[in-house]
Design a protein around this ligand. Sequence first.
Ligand code: ATP
Ligand code: MG
Length: 292
Amino acid sequence: MNAPLQGHTARNLTRAIFDTVLEVDRVSLEYRTPQRVVRATHEVSFEVDRADRFVLLGPSGCGKSTLLKAVAGFIEPVDGRILLDGQAVRAPGPDRIVVFQEFDQLPPWKTVKQNVMFPLLASRTLGRREAEVRALHYLEKVGLSAFADAYPHTLSGGMKARVAIARALAMQPKILLMDEPFAALDALTRRKMQEELLELWDEVRFTLLFVTHSIEEALVVGNRILLLSPHPGRVRAEIDSHRFGLHSLGGAAFQQTAQRIHRLLFEAGAGEAGSPDVPGTHLAIQPQERAS
Ligand SMILES: Nc1ncnc2c1ncn2[C@@H]1O[C@H](COP(=O)(O)OP(=O)(O)OP(=O)(O)O)[C@@H](O)[C@H]1O
Ligand SMILES: [Mg+2]
């Protein structure tokens, strides 16, 4: 990665200089049903560098989850390509772990520790003994050591979210994929989880691809934000948000950037239909924006 080698293509050189983990290159994604073809994204391109906290932001239905599923290897692009460390993504693999919104993704008959160990064992990444050590290590990181032998139904929503994160990080994936992971939580717990995720990132420096439709959450969690247009998703802009975090909430620069993002997302009359009706800095049209 230090000295670019002779014979490298421009793309390889860029990857080497910026330490690119994920390249999404003019990717179009579709769903085919017997009745019709739904285009979810159209020629979307972006690159995620190592230790980025890269956010996909856009209104409901713009194809964020579909993009994440494609990176995870569950859906194949109809056009374009997805490269992970330079290799084409063709199928799901233990180097890409997804944390979904529903925490009932934790099998209820397994304890917290067994839940975290399960993917390590199922993918034959580690033997039982090492998997247990790894699981306990990450449970400690998310503050759940005392609950290692508890069953999921005895945990709060925030605690289940922590187990899902510990389980994903324990796999030490090349990229952690999160699809609105805190959307089902109450506002206070959601804020706490954002804080904890950033603390964890500070400690572990994992590479994150995070989906949200909250402008505020994007600014808090991300260092880079890709803005997608409404259905079908196309890239509107990329925003550098590395200077924002929980500390900047409510500050003038934060508000200005949030408003700028809002305008970028909804200029050209987009967003009247299909945007979620959520208050604050979610992607609902504010009255003053409508008037302007
Ligand atoms: N299994 C499916 N079959 C057919 N169409 C689908 C399927 N899943 C999603 N779609 C369509 O693809 C488009 C993109 O959906 P997707 O779930 O990726 O949006 P999203 O940006 O994640 O939205 P949200 O913010 O509501 O989660 C939408 O028009 C949706 O109706
Ligand atoms: Mg979605």
